[in-house]
Every structure is written in C-alpha cells, then in structure tokens.
Design a protein around this ligand. Structure first.
Ligand code: TXA
Ligand code: MG
Length: 346
C-alpha cells in the first residue's frame, strides 16, 4: 500500500476530504489530535476497525476510543448515557478527556474488544474535528504507532511506524499536549484508568470524588485483571533502555551524572532527559531538556517526542522523575512504562 502524506498547512481541504473519503470507504487514515496522532477507521464498520489492529500489530482485546464531533453523536454510542457524563462533557469537551459508558447496539465488537463498554472522546484539534464531521461517522482511533512503541506526536513519527500500513497520513504539526487523553470510566464509581492533562484533581472538583486505578503507577500483579485492557501490555518502549531517576533536582542530577559516567566508560551511548532546573549540572554530557519541573504539562508535551528522537542515537536514556501530582501523574505514568518500571530513587 502506498501511503500519501498530506501537509495540512498547504493542503488543508484536500487533506481532510481525502482522509474522510478513505475512512468512508473502509480504509485507514492517520490524523493529528491535541494529544497524540490517531490511526482512524470508520468506527461503525467492524471490518474497517479490524484493519487498525492489523496495521498496528495490536492485540484485538485492547479496545479503541471512538472520536466524535458533537455531544449528540456521543449520546448515540452509549446506552444508557452515564449519569455524570453530561457534566464532564460540558466542562471538558471538546478536549483530551475520554469517557467510558455501556455501549449501544450500533457499536461493533471490534471497537470494544468484546467488552460491554465503549470509550468516547470529542477532540478539540480543528483538523480532527473537521475530519470526523466530513467523514460523517464516529472514528475509531488508537494512537498511530506500532503497538508497544511511544505514541507519535508529529507526522514524521507516524510515518516512520505506519508507512505502507495506512492510506493517508495527515500532517497537522506537533501535538499540543503530547500525552494521550485522560480516560475515566463512569460504569460504577467514577475511576480514572489513564491520567492525562485533564487531571484527577480537575475531575474530582467536578464530580466530588474520583478513584484512581491501581495500575497507574505500578505494574499489574500476576493474576490481576486490568480495568483497562491496554494496561496489561508493554507500552511506550523505545529501543534504548530507559531508566527513571526520582529525586529532588539536585539529588536526581547527582545520581544521573554518576550513572552517565559509569555507562559511558563501558562504551554505551547515553542521553540524559533533564529539566530546566537541572540542565546546569549536566554541562558537556549529552542531554535533552524535557521542560520545567514546576509546569509538568511541559514535560508531558515533550516526553514521547524526545524518547523517539533520543532513541535514534542512544543505548541508554536517563530521565528525571518528578512528583506524581497534577499533570506530573500523567508524565510519571508514561515514563514508568517506557522504563519498564526500572526506577532509581536518588
Ligand atoms: O488521546 C488519545 O486518547 C489518543 C488519541 C488518538 O485520541 N488515543 C489513544 O488511544 O490513546 P489508545 O487506543 O492508544 O489508548 C486507549 C486506551 C487503551 O489503554 C484502552 O485499553 C483503553 O483506552 N480503553 C478503550 N476502550 C476502553 C473500554 N471500553 N474500557 C476500558 N478501557 C478502554
Ligand atoms: Mg496507544
């Protein structure tokens, strides 16, 4: 299959129309959202959704999110509409929040991985919204990476994984948030299954109280079933070995320098993923800056991008851990998985 890469800066209408046509015809189109790029198919067509799983090498029991362009479209996908959904939709849609409820009869089993629930989100990215509206159907879309790899936050990273596996890739530039949407289930007690830039603190102030899935900051224990099937699979892993180093800026930097120098004498190529607060410590060691520790959303925005870039010329990536609160929880959730839970406390 030949993959057409279309730059939305210069060919916006052509790009949206082409991708919408591909999706209506049962094919695959990758598109930007405000979180990460998605690999989309007609979400009401089971055969089309199956192609997503083949293209990504994704296990078929890991359900996909349905993307909609209006609240009314979401109402048709749930039965019943969860009681607290409207409140969350009013506050956070369009935007990076995915809401899970019991699915209606029009949702094919390929989307839900056989569960009785469906995850729905309304993206705020203009191109994503235009694409859904033009296609005229909900778009099923996981992140547009090969299964297990870091989610793509620019079209070049999508293309590197999916060239030859999708009809179209729309290039809408870098993604604003850089980590995937917050996932909350409203079946039973409201529970956050995956943290994001819409934080647990924000959701708790809207709903009174929310639970946090136990798998957010720790691996599933043997025999434990995943609330969200995605959590049981290897995730976000670059080829390089990633090690998370937790501590204050000073203690983390001191430990990272010690580890860097120890790896370097073995001939390993090491890159430090540091922060504004620590970059002065690393001097002439190889280092990329993730962002500002006091604004964890800046670390979210660059993590996947920098993991993929550093992966091109590193064997080991030493990345700073930060406190797991506010958007720091989303950052640590992704970093710990990228590191296979290899954490050093400094
Ligand atoms: O920001 C995002 O959410 C991006 C963009 C493209 O919208 N999409 C995304 O999709 O991250 P994906 O498939 O990579 O992650 C969806 C997560 C998976 O962990 C999946 O297991 C979980 O949501 N999920 C989907 N439907 C579910 C359901 N019915 N019940 C529990 N978990 C579900
Ligand atoms: Mg994904």
């Amino acid at each position: 299959m030949k993959t057409e890469l279309i730059d939305l800066k210069t060919q916006y209408r052509y790009g949206i129309d082409t991708a919408a046509e591909v999706i209506r015809a049962g094919g695959l189109a990758a598109f930007p959202t405000e979180t990460v790029y998605g690999l989309g198919a007609n979400g009401l067509n089971g055969a089309a959704v199956r192609k997503i799983y083949e293209a990504k090498g994704r296990p078929t029991d890991n359900p996909s999110i349905l993307h909609v362009a209006s609240k009314e479209e979401a109402f048709r996908l749930w039965d019943p509409v969860p009681e607290k959904a409207e409140k969350l939709m009013d506050l956070f849609w369009p935007g990076p929040l995915t809401i899970i409820g019991k699915h209606s009869a029009i949702v094919p089993p390929e989307v839900t991985g056989g569960l009785d629930t469906v995850a729905v989100r309304m993206p705020s990215n203009t191109a994503a919204a235009d694409l859904i509206r033009t296609a005229g159907v909900p778009i099923a879309a996981p992140s547009a990476n090969l299964s297990g790899r870091p989610s793509p936050t620019c079209a070049a990273h999508v293309y590197a994984d999916l060239n030859g596996r999708a009809e179209v890739v729309l290039d809408g530039g870098p993604c604003r948030y850089g980590v995937e949407s917050t996932v909350i289930t409203l079946v039973g007690e409201p529970t956050v299954l995956r943290p994001g830039v819409i934080t647990c603190e924000m959701l708790a102030s809207a709903l009174g109280e929310v639970n946090l899935s136990s798998a957010i900051l720790s691996p599933l224990k043997a025999g434990e079933t995943a609330a969200s099937p995605g959590m049981k699979y290897k995730h976000y892993a670059p080829e390089a070995e990633v090690i998370a180093v937790n501590g204050t800026p000073e203690s983390a930097a001191t430990e990272i320098i010690r580890m860097y120098d120890a790896y370097a004498v073995t001939g390993a190529r090491v890159i430090i993923a540091g922060t504004e607060q620590t970059k002065r410590f690393y001097k002439d060691r190889k280092c990329v800056i993730l962002g500002d520790r006091d604004r964890p959303e800046t670390l979210c925005a660059s993590l996947f991008y920098l993991l993929r870039e550093a992966d091109k010329d590193a064997d080991v990536i030493l990345a700073e851990g930060i406190p797991a609160k506010d958007a720091g929880l989303a950052y640590m959730n992704r970093l710990l998985r990228a590191a296979g839970f290899h954490v050093v406390e400094a």
